[in-house]
Write a protein of this length. Sequence first.
Length: 431
Amino acid sequence: MQDDAVVIGAGIMGSSIALELARTGRHVVVVDKARAVGHGSTSSSSAVMRFNFSTWSGVATAWESKFHWEHWADHLGTDTANLATYVRTGLAFLDVDIAPRSLYLPLFDSVGVPYEEWDAERLTTEIPGIDAGRYSPPKRLEDPRFWDDASRHLGAVYTPDAGYVSDPQLAAANLAEAATARGATFLLGKTVVDIVRRDGRAAGVMLDDGTRIECDTVVNAAGPWSGQLNTMAGAGTDFAVSLRPLRQEVHHLAAPAAGGPRAPQVAVADIDLGIYLRAEAGGGLLIGGTEPECDPLQWVHDPETADLHVTSDLFNAQVTRAARRFSQVSVPNRPSGVVGVYDVSEDWIPIYDKTDVPGFYVAIGTSGNQFKNAPLAGKFMAAIIDFCEAGGDHDTDPVSYTGTHSGHRIDLSAYSRLRRATQQTTGTVMG
């Protein structure tokens, strides 16, 4: 049986890639070891839509993606009844030395992202209950300096168009349904155990049930399992950027009782205290971390062995930091949230690229900050695959993608496996 493309991974990335490859007329098969679409890293995403990145391509990609989320039904091109929705809340990016305004405001100006610059007084007026104190660097709870008074005050840059996607897993399912309507097939509960090679080229996959699927191209969108698949394919020896699986927790606070203090409605990126937070439907609050130096990163060798239970220590640390910023936040006795394993590159910029194995492509290193860019990730990969399969060399003659909404031309070499890890990023999930 000959198929045009096999996509490994049915998360938000794999489903988006499947849709865009199906739109090119290819017969696409998507394989995932999970038994439902979007059950891996996608299901543990906070799904925040923000534009604060350290590179022009990062800002331009996020800005263009925003329009696709706002017009989700049009992006899908189907009559799906139950759609994920884009919730526009705005986002306040609090001032912090490692990501000064001078780093990203020129990028906002170039891309055309609207923003407002707030001083401390404006910040406390616009977001009731927020403490505008500067407490950086973030500290551990047991550090006696944790409760030190603020050294000074900080402001923020507010982007009114930021927000979040209501249901990350549903968004992936929407993409999968749209891809299926165009002929794609999803094989769930199946594990890829080998990449078939023929004459040095990726030519298919072997599944754990003995099924062999032959194809013209294979796309690795397997999230934290991507490194294992690269090894199977014999790809990755020329990668200049390394990737590792990282265990991450996102914590949840239930909606306050009737008459209780409301959670902030504006999303807040707070590298000063090492957290980010956003409201969710029903009045709850999601709180995640921004990898502060005081919290050891939880790298895992094998994603299968990661503990997927929320830990009290990290829950207490992140929620207490949120309570330091917002007096209306209290720390419950019982931790609640989700745990996922992210696929992280060393500079927190993804790799959308071909590899040194012809026919084997990668959309990896995406976890943590690329959910928002999933609509474009599929288009990027389709453009790269079309070009390379027609005989082009993306390494020497990089593909570019022009946004249909913004009109920006994005040079996809920014996401190359051959790039050197840039020192211009924050080194955190914020990019």
